[in-house]
Design a protein around this ligand. Structure first.
Ligand code: DX5
Ligand code: ZN
Length: 216
């Protein structure tokens, strides 16, 4: 399938979020990656449902909501109702990851789990049949602008093999430190959706950067 680019608004301008979101459409992005952080699972606090709803109101692109929160099952349905097209969460801090995936899908939204670099793929592979997307973190979740960890591509390769062996249609997404320099390697490892925050928003020519990351 054609690769998708999902720029993270975490690297956008928080004083002018409307401009930051609308620009993504103009630059040719495919999705809008929204990083929800709770100050508990990760140190940072970002934003929650009201922000997702507001962004949905002005975005022509689908919203890709990445939940970095503990007990995500408490909120997944509300995030779906706020207009998310994808909702992903970290399964090791969920008391009912399978239930959370099912709830998301029951709301007509694409569901997935997110694996931090220290979370073994093998521990969660059994959930892949229920996942529309697997988000592999290529940095430790919590902060934009970090350096890409190349070893995380091993997880992408393992997941790719598992998906093929089991005849699944799960997409693989990667998040953290992705930019023009490593996008090709990332795509070749089998990634379908590439998240990029700083690489896009800090670029002198974001439209070009998005095309390069997508591999055009
Ligand atoms: C990190 C976030 C990422 C981050 C990506 O916790 O999940 O989405 O914003 O930003 P860059 O591309 O700058 O690493
Ligand atoms: Zn993210």
């Amino acid at each position: 399938m054609t690769k998708l680019v999902s720029p993270s608004i975490l690297a956008g301008d928080f004083v002018n979020m409307e401009r930051s979101v609308r620009s993504l459409k103009e630059w040719g992005a495919d999705l809008v990656h929204c990083d929800v952080m709770d100050g508990v699972y990760v140190k940072n606090l970002t934003f929650g449902m009201p922000m997702i709803k507001a962004i949905k109101g002005i975005s022509e692109l689908p919203l890709d909501v990445h939940l970095m929160i503990i007990k995500p099952e408490r909120y997944v349905e509300e995030f779906c109702k706020c207009g998310a097209s994808y909702v992903t969460f970290h399964p090791e801090v969920s008391e009912d990851p399978l239930g959370a995936l099912k709830t998301i899908k029951a709301n007509g939204v694409k569901a997935g789990i997110v694996l931090n670099p220290n979370v073994p793929f093998e521990d969660w592979a059994h959930l892949l049949p229920e996942c529309d997307v697997l988000l592999v973190m290529s940095v430790y979740a919590g902060l934009g602008g970090q350096k890409f960890i190349p070893e995380t591509l091993d997880t992408v390769r393992k997941a790719k093999a598992y998906i093929a062996e089991n005849n699944l249609s799960t997409l693989i997404e990667i998040d953290g430190g992705v930019g023009e320099k490593n996008a090709e390697e990332v795509r070749n490892a089998g990634v379908d959706i590439l998240v990029a925050g700083s690489a896009v928003y800090k670029s002198d020519d974001p439209a070009r950067t998005i095309r390069i990351i997508r591999g055009e």
